[in-house]
Design a protein around this ligand. Structure first.
Ligand SMILES: Nc1ncnc2c1ncn2[C@@H]1O[C@H](COP(=O)(O)OP(=O)(O)OP(=O)(O)O)[C@@H](O)[C@H]1O
Length: 281
């Protein structure tokens, strides 16, 4: 039977003499939020690149819903249902907020298509002649785009006609997440979603991430994040990486209060939870 989930089995990535990812096994199931944390150089970014197909493991395997993906290019992996955001925002600068999110809804069509491609003649005819199938689909896409933009409160919806380049840094990051959400991925990989955000913006993003499993109950969320207070709030499970290896895998409180984890983060074992919280959020 097909095993549902994103599954890494003994994944290794060597760069010359440096083993950036060392025998990492993990699984993310539909409906689950998994956070991956670790100090600088732990291998988090390399892991993201491997899962999303930007880089290939030196050994080991990665499967998505039973299908090997570790030799597939990123766009194929995206069409199989893995959406991702980047550490720095990657939006189309001249496109409006609205059109950017509509592009996301279009990605969903591609991943639903059997071959991953739409019939160009039918599509062109639909658009030029405004055929019923095309109008119906367009209306559904517009409704989906509006729903996703409204998830971000008044941050994006009132700015929907603005080009992405005119947005603040935080709004560009929100837009990137909105676009990938609009593609309705089965699994969503968020690479430091609050990087560069101030405490208010981080708080809003935390609330949104808390809401996502309620809004999209089947989505599997994999979040790479430095802010451990956010991780404590959103994650069902936490994997702590250190020097490429899985140091601990547990519930947030157990994982983040584990003495080895505290030591890996701050260089010495902590003396009490209160003190560790000051460092570990
Ligand atoms: N392309 C590369 N060539 C050589 N070494 C690399 C390469 N990419 C990563 N590394 C090394 O692999 C190790 C893990 O790096 P990685 O960027 O994955 O860690 P990280 O946990 O994402 O760190 P940070 O939190 O600082 O982003 C580091 O020692 C890094 O120097």
């Amino acid at each position: 039977m097909m095993e549902k989930g994103l599954i890494l089995d003994k994944v290794v990535r060597d760069f010359g003499g440096v083993r950036a990812v060392d025998n990492v096994s993990l699984s993310l199931r539909p409906g689950e939020t998994l956070a991956v944390v670790g100090p600088n150089g732990a291998g988090k970014s390399t892991l993201v690149q491997l899962i999303s197909g930007v880089d290939r493991p030196s050994s080991g395997s990665i499967t998505l819903d039973g299908r090997r993906i570790d030799r597939l290019p990123p766009e194929r992996i995206a069409r199989l249902g893995l959406g991702r955001s980047f550490q720095t925002s990657r939006v189309f600068p001249a496109m409006t907020v609205w059109d950017s999110v509509l592009v996301g809804t279009h990605m969903q069509l591609l991943s639903n298509g059997k071959s991953g491609l739409l019939d160009p003649v039918r599509e062109a005819a639909g658009a030029v002649l405004s055929l019923p199938f095309w109008r119906r689909r367009r209306a559904a896409q517009e409704a989906a785009a509006a729903d996703v933009l409204k998830l971000f409160g008044d941050r994006l919806w009132p700015r929907r006609d603005q080009p992405a380049f005119s947005l603040s840094y935080a709004n560009r990051r929100r837009l990137e997440i909105a676009r990938v959400l609009a593609s309705r991925p089965a699994y969503l990989l968020l690479d430091e979603p609050t990087a560069g955000m101030n405490p208010t913006e981080t708080g809003e993003m935390t609330e949104l991430l808390e809401q996502l499993p309620k809004l999209f109950p089947q989505i599997g969320l994999l979040v790479i994040e430095h802010k451990l207070s956010l991780v404590r709030r959103i994650a069902d499970r936490v994997i702590v990486l250190n020097q490429g290896k899985v140091l601990v895998e547990d519930t947030p409180d157990h994982a983040l209060d584990h003495p080895e984890v505290v030591e890996a983060y701050i260089g010495h074992p902590r003396e009490g939870r209160k003190r560790s919280n000051a460092h570990l959020g």
